[in-house]
Design a protein around this ligand. Structure first.
Ligand code: G6P
Ligand code: MN
Length: 445
């Protein structure tokens, strides 16, 4: 089986390859094709993969190319993990927003809109190419903002594109752990949009154990989300939100912490990764060791500002590995081997949430088998959650419309309608600021 990774020179590719190396079953991936626009990054990552594969007799063969059609041809699965504008772009997304006093996070608020505006046209081009060159392939989208980008690609690929994120799984795993339940056996009632969802229940043998957690402040305060949001707020909500909801519920504090930080997350990662890729140019560099050191530092500092704002302290050792490669592998296996399983994925709504139309991509538990991912029926969202989900979906639709028409006015509308952008004037200045720094937004007229 052939797996193509778009953004194959990206820093997280060795996580995926590491997961593949542990799969020895029939029907596993035997050939990995890395595609990237940057040959230097491809050779850096290829070196890390070669060291990972040392001593593994059935290690998947790896090849690399900068030719997209060549990479796509014959692929059974395509992982799309691109970053349009690179980490410099991410740092600019943050900087321009903070200059206006609004949040510039990679996927949430103004930063997410800017990132979406420059990623959607590229993702749609890729989707069209896939539809032409590899119409039977399954596309697993990792590219952020993952819900929006998956919806853009679904307009060309239908249900053959599935978006993934590790955060709902991580959240479910943490809740199961504090409740003493086996994460593999618990049913997690989670729904929303990507980075905008809530766990409303966790059932073990048909019994909802979440009320027990919500009633126990000690238990509730003992894990990441309890520390981030505070036990009182979780009890008020009667649900446990995805960690990204921190940017909504504590927006003012998040903006202040981001502004006060010596470096924003994007700027930190830009510099950190520049160091790694530079080191990889030295022929004697120990590739895997350098990669692993860089990865560990990245994971330890994830969401550091949010945790600092909340006084949440260091990350739990158990939370350090995000595990999105595990979600991707589980999804790929379920489809390729028709092994029926349940995973929280980004798929088209169909009739799952009645407040959204059928084409809207949502994040929801899905049954997965050889026919793809099918969202399961879930209870409706409470009003406060529906409100946010509908507002943010409306913003995503304006981003898709702006990408399709190239209309600057529509881009302004996307920013202005976002609940975390508090003035139309701010939205106008954001469009000016972003178009001035991002070549990828030159299409907005
Ligand atoms: C989580 C999110 C991903 C995101 C990553 C960001 O895993 O679910 O969507 O890419 O965090 O981490 P970073 O190290 O880039 O800040
Ligand atoms: Mn994510």
């Amino acid at each position: 089986m052939k797996l193509t990774i778009l953004g194959g020179g990206g820093f997280r590719v060795p996580l995926v390859y590491g997961a593949l190396l542990g799969d020895h079953a029939e029907g596993r991936v035997t050939h990995v094709v890395l595609h990237d626009l940057d040959a230097g990054r491809l050779s850096a990552v290829t070196r890390v993969l070669a060291e990972q594969a040392a001593g593994v007799p059935d290690a998947p063969e790896v090849s690399a190319t900068t030719d997209l059609d060549e990479a796509l041809t014959g692929a059974d699965f395509i992982f799309s993990a691109i970053r349009v504008g690179g980490l410099e772009g991410r740092a600019n997304d943050e900087r321009v927003a903070l200059a206006e006093g609004v949040l510039g996070q990679e996927t949430v608020g103004a930063g997410g809109i800017a990132y979406g505006l420059r990623t959607v046209p590229v993702a749609e081009d890729i989707a069209r190419r896939v539809a032409r060159v590899a119409p039977d392939a399954w596309v697993i989208n990792f590219t952020n903002p993952a819900g929006l980008v998956t919806e853009a690609m679904s307009r060309h690929l239908g249900d053959r594109v599935i978006g993934i994120c590790d955060s709902p799984v991580g959240l479910g795993r943490r809740i199961a752990r504090v409740l003493g339940a086996n994460p593999g056996e618990a049913w997690i009632d989670y729904v929303g949009l990507n980075h905008l969802g809530w766990v409303r229940g966790l059932r073990v043998n048909g019994r909802d154990e979440l009320p027990r957690l919500l009633a126990d402040p000690d238990l509730l305060g003992s894990f990441e989300e309890g520390k981030l949001f505070g036990t009182d707020w979780l009890q008020s909500l009667g649900a446990v939100p995805n960690e990204y909801l921190h940017y909504y519920y504590f927006n003012r504090e998040a903006v202040r912490a981001y502004s006060a930080a010596e470096k924003t997350r994007g700027a930190f990662l830009r510099d950190q990764q520049a160091g790694f890729y530079e080191e990889m140019q030295r022929p004697d560099a120990a590739a895997l060791t350098a990669w692993d050191r860089t990865r560990a530092e990245r994971e330890a500092t994830y969401m550091a500002e949010a945790r600092e704002t909340a006084g949440a302290g260091e990350r739990d050792a158990d939370d350090l590995s995000g595990g999105y490669e595990k979600v991707a592998l589980a999804l790929m296996r379920a489809i390729a081997r028709d092994e029926r399983t349940t995973l929280i994925l980004n798929v088209r709504n169909r009739r799952t949430l009645s407040v959204l139309d059928a084409e809207a991509v949502i994040e929801v538990p899905c049954l997965v088998d050889a026919n793809g991912a099918h969202p399961v029926t879930v209870d409706p969202l409470p009003d406060h959650a529906s409100g946010l989900v509908c507002s943010v979906k409306a913003v995503e639709r304006e981003v898709l419309a702006a990408a399709a028409s190239g209309s600057r006015a529509t881009a302004v509308k996307a920013f202005a309608l976002h609940p975390l952008v508090d003035s139309v004037n701010v939205a106008r200045r954001l469009v000016d600021g972003y178009t001035a720094v991002h070549p990828g937004l030159a299409y907005l007229k």
